[in-house]
Design a binder for this molecule. Structure first.
Ligand code: CUA
Length: 353
């Protein structure tokens, strides 16, 4: 390669590194949250086990690194020959002790990693769970998450609530392509595959109440990066309150913009895909999942559109006005609503507390 060609290649690599650094710097977490997808802050028995394994293997790796780097330094600075002082080369054909050492030591290292890894895999994928375990069905769609609770009759989207201190069993089902359910602090990561039900079980979910972030981590199409969700670990009392509220019928506004919006909702194509209990709903068979998120208590959620937007009237209006602009490839069509009609519809959706 010519000097000019090399110069171009180096400039290209340098520009690539700069672009990556700029991109990494632009991935700012939301205000008030330091590291929303931190895998090193375990908040459940499951993630604690992953974390312990990670620390164990990393510690072992550090020891190996120190030994190898130490041996390299010794070879370079202590046992190598110096210019002008050549030593006789060794005449040995083999060294049985050395060969024994470099066969047995790596085997022991592998064993030291394999045993706790296999142990953790077995421990974290139990076949059965306590009788009062809460079942949560997670249905992955391009590009949003449906959560339903078969034993409670609750359906929601993009925001899942679980009670602290109780065993939780997530059944992972995909409606279309392969996704990956990743909630780093609470449940680690597991693929969601069409035709195969996977699971995540939190046997001893500790009292770590709070809001946690989740994200799809398997490339699943245009809006893969826009397929996020939130996990709310509630106190048992708050969880019961939440369930009770979710089971209540939706608000039925009788006057003002919200009432006008309710009429628009019923007559626009919204009602074909979105369920509002007692108002619309195309499928009661949850095995097949919904086409669009259940909106019965939409106004009580903090986010929308795959948890990428805060649930504010402005954001809801922007979303309905042009979903594809916010979430490229989204299945929700542009309805052509604007002005007063759009405002009324937004008022209705926000009233669904
Ligand atoms: Cu779903 Cu990426």
């Amino acid at each position: 390669m010519s000097t000019v060609g090399k110069g171009f290649r180096h400039a290209g690599i340098f520009a690539g590194i700069l672009a990556f650094a700029a991109m990494a710097a632009s991935c700012k977490p939301p205000p008030g949250v330091k590291y929303p997808l931190d895998t090193l802050t375990p908040r459940s028995d499951l993630t604690q086990k992953f974390y312990d394994l990670f620390v164990e293997v990393t510690a072992l790796d550090v020891i190996v690194l120190i030994v190898v780097v130490g041996a390299i330094f010794l070879a370079i600075f202590v046992f190598s020959t110096r210019t002008g002082h050549p030593r006789e080369p060794s005449t040995k054909h083999s060294d049985v002790y050395l060969e024994f050492a470099w066969t047995v030591i790596p085997a022991l290292i592998l064993l030291a990693i394999t045993v706790p890894t296999v142990h953790t895999i077995i421990q974290t994928q139990p076949d059965h769970w306590p009788p009062d375990t809460l079942q949560v069905r997670v249905l992955a769609h391009q590009w949003w998450w449906e959560f339903n609770y078969p034993t409670l009759g609750v359906e929601t989207a993009d925001e899942v609530h679980i009670p602290a201190g109780r065993a939780i069993h997530f059944e992972l089902i995909s409606k279309d392509v392969i996704h990956s359910f990743f909630m780093p602090s609470i449940g680690g990561k597991r693929d969601v595959i069409p035709g195969q039900e996977n699971q995540i079980t939190l046997v001893a979910n500790p009292d770590a109440t709070g809001e946690y972030y989740g994200q799809c981590t398997e490339f699943c199409g245009d809006s893969h990066a826009n397929m996020r969700f939130r996990v709310f670990v509630d106190s048992p009392e708050d969880f019961d309150k939440w369930v009770k509220h979710q089971l209540e019928p939706p608000v039925k506004p009788t006057s003002g913009p919200a009432a006008a919006g309710a009429k628009i909702f019923a007559n626009a194509p919204c009602a074909i895909c979105h369920t509002i209990k007692g108002v619309s709903g195309f499928s009661k068979d949850y095995t097949y999942g919904f086409r669009g998120p259940d909106l019965t208590h939409f106004g009580s959620r903090g986010t929308l559109a795959g948890a990428i937007l805060d649930n504010t009237p402005e954001n809801v209006a922007a979303w309905i006005h042009n979903p594809d602009k916010i979430k490229p490839g989204a299945n929700m069509p542009t309805l052509g609503l604007s002005g007063e009609e759009l405002n009324d519809l937004v008022a209705y959706l926000e009233s669904l507390k």
